[in-house]
Design a protein around this ligand. Structure first.
Ligand code: HC1
Ligand code: SF4
Length: 574
């Protein structure tokens, strides 16, 4: 341990701790714009400059390690004027249209201006002229991600996360230098024409509104307000936990009941659980795996519920598509069952004849779910996919006091029942673990086999494996970069019988549509909550889901039957 003094307060920290983290440890706020835990500190914004005795010039707190005996000042007249000069430079070229910006209220630049009372430093723009520059036209070509480089503050976080540090997709990188330095795509192509997989990690780390999820929540509110449709909403496993963070609740707080009540207050007629369809996915995918094992073909089976991964495969390795499970994701399965199953028919003759259908919205921790909802072969199953962040905006816009809501909300039946196996879908390794629970049952082994597969758990990026006696070895790629690395040689073909890939590190709980967080342990906290829900569930294996059993008995026959294939499976194209 070393000891330093910050603004006169002594603090003991581990050697190697940055001054920024040391300041946090004693509750001293140092402003930042370009810093994100888990990504390299480039110190480009210069907001975190601090004075360290013995240094002639201010040092960036984010990447300066504290040294024993350091005396640090974070808030002097000179530092305030440095920061203000920097802010003026940023504000001079930033569009003055916060009122119309999607991240209004959640923007780091806006927060900084507000907390330092720099509003007067922002050049006044005549009414009607919102943007500072037309040099950077917005890119709205992707169904999942919008780019508006006029708002970019050049922090570099998007390029880091898309590139070497995390996703290794290199879709966004820095072009030009000096005043025109901006994160651009290769040849400046629109995002839809690049190899962007829609994972949304760039939007998760963007501190301003330069990269955001394609916003769809306004149109959902209009639709609900019109009362013209029967509306259905489904909620993903990861969202019920992370939504808590948007409203100041402790990370890892499970807000299922509150969330259901909020969705009812927003005007949804039926509130269902994506987890119901996750159990259904397991029934189909397990049957598919066992059929492939029996036939000895198209192994290893790749899981297909992560649309970022499916996008990657189609864009980069179409030769491997035959390995991909043909099961639709839970989002899509839930949508199609809600629109074309017994539930829809129960709504009245117009619905039974197919003349009209419910309006189906999904709430997902994921930006790629937006483009999944538009995929050929399954577009129309879900009308709109919203992110967890968009849902928070909807709730705020209607003045719903989320934290004060009762926790007693219950999903509607019959598309609301689920097991613990479905809940763990939200964590990396969860889909595989859920599948093993059912595969082992189908093989008549479940009493002897463990219910929990700890080897497959954990949020750290990389590959996890487990060997299942008499079945084979399975692998979990936590993050798309881990999958890319796995495919660099051919050993995966013989080593594994099934491979789960989640494009975002941590799985859906780390999805690009989740709340922004600067808590370095956020993924662990969310994961802990997910596994706790599983432990508390009365049923923890997908085949035990009573409503899923009833659906097979009344409509689908058996997993992988022609009726099941008709509704629940799809094809993937190069
Ligand atoms: Fe996911 Fe899935 S787990 S993909 O991460 O299979 O988004 O949460 O809803 O569809 O169930 C996401 C989460 C989610 C699907 C399920
Ligand atoms: Fe890169 Fe993912 Fe952003 Fe696309 S969505 S630019 S792949 S980080």
């Amino acid at each position: 341990m070393i000891q330093i003094s910050i603004n006169g307060r002594r603090v003991q920290v581990d050697e190697g701790t940055s001054i920024l983290d040391a300041a946090k440890a004693v509750g001293v706020h140092v402003p930042t714009l370009c810093y994100h835990p888990g990504l390299p500190a480039h110190a480009v914004c210069r907001m975190c400059l601090v004075e360290v005795e013995g240094h002639d010039t201010p040092q960036p707190a984010c990447r300066t390690p504290a040294k024993d005996g350091d005396v640090v000042n974070t808030d002097t007249e000179a530092l305030r004027s440095f920061r203000q000069a920097d802010a003026e430079w940023l504000l001079a070229r930033h569009p003055n249209d916060c009122m119309r910006c999607e991240v209004n209220g959640a923007c780091q630049l806006q927060r900084l201006v507000h907390e330092n009372q720099w509003e007067e430093r922002w050049p006044k723009v005549p009414a009607g002229e919102a943007a500072s520059s037309d040099r950077y036209p917005s890119d709205h070509t992707s169904p999942s991600i919008w780019r508006d480089l006029s708002k970019c503050i050049e922090c570099g976080l998007c390029a880091d996360v898309c590139g070497e540090t995390v996703q290794q997709q290199y879709v966004i990188g820095f072009g030009d230098r000096g005043f025109d330095r901006r994160p651009v795509t290769v040849f400046d192509q629109p995002l839809a024409e690049t190899k962007c997989i829609s994972c949304g990690q760039c939007s998760l780390v963007c501190p301003v509104g330069a990269l955001i999820e394609t916003p769809h929540w306004h149109e959902v509110l209009h639709k609900l307000d019109s009362h013209r449709n029967v509306s259905v909403v489904q909620v993903a496993p990861a969202t019920r936990i992370a939504i808590s963070e948007e409203f100041g609740l402790k990370p890892g707080t499970v807000s299922t009941g509150r969330l259901i009540n909020a969705l009812r207050q927003l005007g949804f007629d039926f509130v269902f659980d994506t987890n119901f369809a996750a159990d259904l996915t397991i029934m189909e995918e397990s049957a598919e795996l066992l059929a492939r094992i029996e036939a000895g073909e198209r192994l290893p089976l790749f899981t297909s519920c992560c649309p970022g991964w499916v996008n990657w495969l189609e864009l980069n390795r179409p030769d491997l598509l035959s390995h991909l499970s043909t099961t639709k994701s839970p989002q899509q399965m839930h949508g199609v069952i809600a629109k074309r199953g017994a539930f829809a028919r129960s709504l009245g003759p117009e619905f039974a004849s197919g003349k009209t259908e419910p309006y189906v919205v999904s709430i997902m921790p994921c930006t790629a779910k937006k483009d999944e909802a538009l995929r050929p072969g399954m577009s129309g199953d879900v009308d709109i996919a919203l992110t967890t962040r968009e849902l928070a905006r909807m709730i705020r816009s209607r003045g719903i006091a989320f934290g004060a809501l009762a926790e007693d909300g219950q999903f509607d039946s019959p598309l609301g029942e689920s097991t613990g196996a479905a809940q763990i879908f939200g964590a990396s390794g969860g889909v595989m673990e859920a599948m093993l629970r059912t595969v082992l049952h189908l093989k008549g082994q479940d009493d002897a086999a463990p219910l929990e597969w700890n080897e497959l758990r954990g949020v750290r990026a990389g590959v996890k494996t487990a060997t299942i006696p008499n079945i084979g070895t399975v692998a979990v790629c936590n993050g798309i970069a881990a999958a890319q690395r796995m495919f660099e040689d051919e050993s995966w073909r013989d080593e594994y019988i099934a491979i789960e890939v989640m494009a975002c590190v941590g799985g859906c709980l780390g999805g690009g549509g989740e709340p922004k967080s600067d808590d370095p342990d956020i993924l662990k906290k969310r994961a802990r909550a997910i596994y706790e829900i599983d432990v508390q569930s009365p049923r923890r294996r997908s085949y035990q889901n009573k409503d899923v059993q009833a659906l097979y008995a009344s409509e689908l026959g058996a997993p992988n039957s022609p009726a099941a294939h008709n509704l629940l499976h799809t094809t993937h194209a190069a």
